[in-house]
Design a protein around this ligand. Structure first.
Ligand code: C2E
Ligand code: MG
Ligand code: MG
Ligand code: MG
Length: 281
């Protein structure tokens, strides 16, 4: 369509596209370099609190990238790039190893939750990578939780489910992340018996101002109770939101109210040299 707009339009269009392609290629190359050198990549941890005991039951491992020119780049930006250019297995494996190693040092015995990309399910590399991370760190499998997002299961369902079953047999806990935002949420619950359902933060954030979001939180919490699956409310920022998700029966909460993602103990110094603001909670 751009071609029909006349010469000017076509040039603008192709220049814009060219710029975006260049930017993308540049990001792919620098991500590859970052994965090789490991100096710019970090794993941050955010507490997940059990509402019954009030204790930190787990910490979610979240990838962080500090680019020498651009500064912090959000995983919302670089995870999709890694997925599209075939670097996601390396990224997830890096986070998995770091996370297991860190968690093995935690004195409170909390679990560690690691995000595994959609694309990895049903590939031969996932189960061996998890086994290797556990073996290298000495972390017991029952302290590892694997979070998969809803879209993860859409592709090659069979291979994906088999991987989840194998991980479960090893003792790993499996969570369904960002519940409510993907396609065929309910079909996923039938395809695999998840240990936890994480309610997407967008519903929690708006629950007090939009009745339909509160209704979704309540419906997911009810569903969890009926299925015997623990529900985790993500994105809890205020006392009011906490009261709401507690009333609806969520088992666990995660959000800025309890703590932002912070670097692991071994990385605090390195991160504070780059950006002191990132180490305070
Ligand atoms: P997620 O797995 O749903 O992680 C929760 C996201 O919500 C994190 O964003 C976290 O920082 C943010 N968050 C937590 N509490 C609050 C809150 O109270 N308010 C607000 N506004 N946000 C909150 P983050 O770290 O930017 O990560 C975004 C997404 O990137 C993650 O969503 C996950 O899907 C993906 N991701 C992060 N690290 C990895 C990784 O190592 N591997 C893969 N495959 N994906 C990752
Ligand atoms: Mg997650
Ligand atoms: Mg989530
Ligand atoms: Mg998410």
């Amino acid at each position: 369509a751009a071609k029909e707009d006349g010469k000017g339009g076509a040039t603008l269009f192709s220049r814009d596209l060219e710029l975006r392609v260049q930017e993308r290629t540049h990001m792919e190359n620098s991500l590859q370099a970052a994965l090789r050198s490991r100096r710019e990549l970090f794993v941050f941890y955010q507490p997940i609190i059990d509402l019954y005991s009030g204790r930190v039951t787990a910490r979610e491992a979240l990838a962080r990238w500090h680019h020498p020119q651009r500064g912090w780049i959000s995983p919302g930006e670089f995870v999709p790039v890694a997925e599209q250019c075939g670097l996601i297995d390396q990224l997830d494996e890096f986070v998995l190893h770091q996370a297991c190693r860190s968690a093995a040092q935690w004195k409170d015995g909390a679990h560690v939750a690691v995000n595994i990309s959609a694309i990895q399910l049903g590939r031969e590399t996932l189960v061996p990578a998890v086994a290797a991370a556990l073996a290298c760190s000495g972390l017991s499998a029952d302290r590892l939780e694997i979070e998969v997002t809803e879209t993860a299961l859409l592709g090659d369902e069979q291979g994906g489910i088999q991987d989840l079953l194998t991980l479960r047999q090893m003792g790993v806990c499996i969570s369904l992340d960002d519940f409510g935002t993907g396609y065929s949420s309910l079909a996923h619950l039938r395809a695999f018996p998840f240990d936890k359902i994480k309610i997407d933060g967008s519903f929690v954030r708006d629950a007090l101002v939009r009745p339909e979001c509160a209704a979704v939180v309540r419906a997911i919490a009810d569903l969890g109770k009926r299925l015997g699956v623990r529900t985790v409310a993500e994105g809890v920022e205020t006392e009011e939101q906490l009261a709401l998700v507690r009333k609806e029966g969520c088992a666990e909460v995660q959000g800025y109210l309890y703590g932002r993602p912070v670097p692991g103990a071994d990385d605090v110094e390195r991160v504070s040299r780059l950006d002191p603001g990132m180490v305070v909670r």
